[in-house]
Design a protein around this ligand. Structure first.
Ligand code: SIN
Length: 327
């Protein structure tokens, strides 16, 4: 009997030791931008908060600058369980849902405050569920900012981009936007943009101040037009399979840490848009061009028909709700 109870105690000790040593849940967070960007800083903050609040339980490993996956592969990898979190630009979800193409419509939001109003309102929040049928969970939006046009020639009016090749993200709306002004859009991964610009394989691209600065596009693009013609924002996503596999208390703690990290990233985004624009101006590598209201009106007239073209796929109700956020 004594021998039996000693054996039971030894077994219990072994099991206890094994569970105490259980490896933490690993969250690989993959993104394509540099660490000193709103998304990079948000991901780093999230990893830090999780390390503080769930030590030994969950570990977040951040892979910036397309080190693990480019945006065009990351969602497939997520569904296969090879990566647990990412925050692709909203333009990169077209394969999974039509509705998020809303955010690509040119001149839809007048500024980032309008984008924030829309995303935090009922329609924007409902859109976080638009990937559910594909096995993906939208955990929140993250800002980067308004897009600008960079090019090898000065751009003021639509005629200036006629016949010019522009890199775009993988979005049919963005393709239509450039075709509307007789430019030639090319869907290419973010990781290739610098080389395409440097080798003059393309003439220009559209992006935010922080991406233009952190990826050094301004060093190989002599002109940047402050067009603010569209928004580049993100959705932080995970797979339903991974998210639902977590204990309730762990999931709740992760969501709390993520919400705080997103708020932090959004603050950085607003500041970086100003600072990085100024840094580009100070560098004197690229001339920043402003449009007059009359010049801007020409772009709006040329690009606005894209809204009608995609209203069926996106939903006129979503377009109306987004427009209403400008008031
Ligand atoms: C990003 O900000 O995540 C990349 C944007 C792009 O592909 O241009």
């Amino acid at each position: 009997m004594r021998l039996f109870s000693a054996a039971v105690t030894a077994m219990a000790l072994t099991l206890g030791a094994t569970s105490a040593m259980a490896a933490p849940i690993e969250i690989k967070f993959s993104h394509v931008v540099a660490e000193n960007t709103p998304k990079g800083q948000m991901a780093t903050k999230f990893a830090k908060l999780v390390a503080e609040r769930l030590p030994g339980k969950v570990e977040v490993k951040v892979f910036p600058s397309s080190q693990l996956f480019g945006d065009n592969k990351v969602l497939e990898a997520m569904l296969l369980g090879d990566v647990q979190m990412a925050a692709p630009a909203l333009s990169k979800f077209q394969k999974y849902t039509d509705s998020l193409q809303l955010f690509d419509l040119p001149f839809l939001f007048k500024d980032m405050a309008a984008v924030e109003r829309f995303q935090s309102g009922p329609v924007g929040q409902e859109m976080l569920t638009s990937l559910e049928s594909k096995g993906l969970v939208g955990l929140g939006y993250l800002h980067n900012g308004m897009k600008q046009l960079s090019a090898s020639n000065p751009i003021k009016v639509p005629a200036d981009v006629s016949g010019k090749k522009f890199r775009i993200m993988t979005s049919d709306v963005l393709q239509a936007q450039f075709e509307a002004v007789d430019a030639v859009p090319l869907k290419k991964p973010f990781s290739e943009v610098f080389t395409l610009l440097q080798t003059k394989a393309i003439d220009g691209q559209e992006n935010t101040w922080s991406n233009i600065y952190s990826k050094k596009f301004y060093e190989v693009q002599p002109y940047i037009t402050e067009s603010n013609h569209g928004v580049l924002d993100y959705m932080v996503v995970t797979s339903a399979e991974f998210w639902n596999s977590l204990d309730d208390d762990v999931r709740a703690e992760l969501k709390k840490a993520l919400d705080e990290s997103i708020a932090y990233g959004n603050k950085i985004a607003a500041q970086k848009a100003e600072d990085d624009k100024q840094a580009i101006i100070d560098s004197k590598r690229s001339e920043v061009i402003e449009m007059t209201p009359a010049e801007r009106a020409q772009w709006v007239t040329a690009m606005k028909p894209v809204w009608k073209q995609f209203a069926g796929a996106i939903g006129q109700d979503l377009i109306d709700a987004a427009e209403a956020s400008n008031q």
